[in-house]
Structure formats: C-alpha cells, structure tokens
Design a protein around this ligand. Structure first.
Ligand code: ADP
Length: 291
C-alpha cells in the first residue's frame, strides 16, 4: 500500500498560512482578571488563510473556547492584535457562523425554521427576508438536502436523532454564507459512528463552499481528518506549541484514518499534548498551571 503524503512541517505550515491570512492572531494575551488561574492565553500566534480548514487541539482549559470568543469579537484581547478579513476585530462579527457541542436548536421551531434563523438576525438578510423569503427558503432546503435531511424540514428538533440535529445545526451555521465558520466541539456529544459520519458531512460542505473554518476539538482523529492545519496549544495560559500541516488528499475517508502515516501523526500530536499537560515544577511567582 503506498504511504500517504502526510508531512509535518511546522515552519512551512506557518509560512503558507501567513501568505494570505484571513484570520490573523498576533501576540495575543487574554486575562480575565489579574488572578493567575484566569490568564487564558499568552503570546498567541495563529494565521489561517482564506478557505483554509484549521483545527485547534490542546488540553482542557488551554483557552480554546476563549480563542473562539476572541476571533468572533465577543471578547477583546488584553493585548496583541486580531484581524479577520483584513480588518481589526473591534466587536461581534457578522461574517461568522458558529456551531457548538449542543445543537441549540429552538424546540418550538421546525428544522427549516431553525435553519433559517440567522437570516432573521444577520444583516443584510434580515432586511431582505420579506422580499427574498422564497429564495432564502430554497437555500435552506438545499443545505438540508445536501446533509441528508430532505423530508425532515417540517419536523421538530426532538423528533430527530442527535446526529440529525447536528446536521441541521451545521446547516443553520452556514445558511447566511458566512466567510468564517467557527466550530467548538460540534460532534463532542455524538457516538463514535455518528461522529465519523458527520466528519464526512462537514468535509463535503467545506469542499463545496470553501469557507474558512476554525474547529476546536478534543478528538485528534477528527482534527487530522478534517483540517489542513492543526494547531496544538499548551496548558494554561494557552499558546501554540506546534503546527502540523496535513497534506492528505481530499475527500478523506474514515479508512484514511487507519493508514500508518495518519496514525503516526495522531500519536505525535497526542504526545505533544501529553507533554503540554505535564506538571511543571512550581516556581515562586510562576503562574503556569496544568489543566
Ligand atoms: P478550554 O475551552 O480550552 O477548556 P477556556 O477558554 O474555557 O478553555 O478557558 C481557559 C482558561 O481561562 C480557564 O482555565 C480559566 O482559568 C480561564 N477562564 C475562562 N473563562 C473565564 C471567565 N469567564 N472568567 C475567569 N476565567 C476564565
């Protein structure tokens, strides 16, 4: 069997992403307060190119959710700069779609109505919704069909399995064609088989639409399956300690994840995270914690 063209090139990965950064995080620090245990991120450096799929992995508490809040403009950094699409992030961004571990579908709305929700909130769609309702509905139906939910548009969320709800959740996060998709453990609550199905669904959506994507996950196979580049973060305060370029051809399949080169890559990342979690000797004044 030919070995997979999978390489680990930290410096090269950073260089390639830096060529045309869409999301640029430069020397960012985030402190929630002066307490050591609320120092979430330090000297964070990340550069995600337009249309690139990035994954962020790291030990619990390393600041992955804080990173999501910074990039989407929900939180300002304590120091350093953050820009998206060439503009400094100064507040909540309109060009972002988001999905979380909990699908957060509204129980009183059917699947189609849930999927269309961002069009009722995000401008300019909100202003155009009345005149363009048919067109928007067709977009939502098309998305639902592409993830295998045709025929389920009028069902309430509770009538669908967890995996189907997450499919609908992905559709909702993409219905307003965001340039940037931020995913925080979107498949964390699903069983292993459903999760793997959803990797393929997300990969298909990304290959069709080529939005820039940042995925936060604990699942290293998921990161390596989906991403072009995987950032490994240290324990709190989080910073990037390694960058892995995943040069596997697409579309990737679950079978790819059992190839030796893929397995080696996942082990390498796992080792780096284990090292990142290793307790350091406490030193006077040190605020390095272990998640
Ligand atoms: P992760 O998503 O990787 O588990 P978080 O971004 O949620 O990590 O948190 C990173 C660190 O920032 C935590 O260990 C915690 O100490 C601190 N932190 C997060 N949110 C808050 C908050 N609202 N107030 C104070 N400290 C916080």
């Amino acid at each position: 069997m030919p070995s997979l063209p999978l390489t680990v090139e930290n410096a090269a990965a950073v260089e390639r992403a830096a060529a045309a950064p869409f999301v640029e995080i430069d020397n960012v620090d985030l402190r929630y307060s002066e307490h050591a245990d609320t120092h979430a991120l330090t000297a964070l450096q990340m550069s995600v190119a337009k249309g690139e799929f990035a994954a962020v992995v790291g030990p619990s508490g390393c600041g992955k959710s804080s990173l999501m809040k910074l990039v989407t403009g929900l939180l300002p950094p304590t120091s350093g700069t953050l820009s998206v699409a060439g503009k400094k992030v100064m507040g909540p961004l309109k060009i972002v779609g988001m999905a979380f571990q909990n699908s957060t579908l509204l129980p009183w709305r059917n699947i189609l109505e849930n999927t269309m929700l961002p069009l009722e909130i995000v401008q300019p769609h909100r202003a155009q919704l009345r005149s363009k309702r048919k067109e928007y509905e067709a977009i939502a139906r098309g998305l639902l069909e592409s993830v295998g939910l045709a025929g389920f548009e009028k069902r309430q969320p509770w009538m669908l399995s967890g995996g189907m709800q997450q499919r609908a959740n992905l559709c909702r996060s993409l219905v307003h064609s965001p340039e940037l998709l931020m995913l925080d453990e979107p498949f964390g609550a699903l069983d292993a088989f459903t999760r793997e199905e959803l990797w393929a669904v997300l990969q298909d959506l990304w290959m069709q639409r080529r939005f820039t994507c940042i995925l936060v996950t604990h699942d290293l196979r998921e990161a390596a399956y989906l991403a072009d580049v995987v950032y490994v973060m240290s324990a709190r305060p989080g910073r990037v300690i390694a960058t892995h370029r995943i040069d596997l051809p697409r579309p990737r399949t679950v079978a790819s994840t059992f190839e030796p080169a893929f397995v080696d890559m996942v082990h390498r990342i796992r080792d780096q995270i284990a090292q990142a979690r290793t307790p350091r000797k406490p030193s006077v004044g040190s605020e390095q914690g272990v998640a």
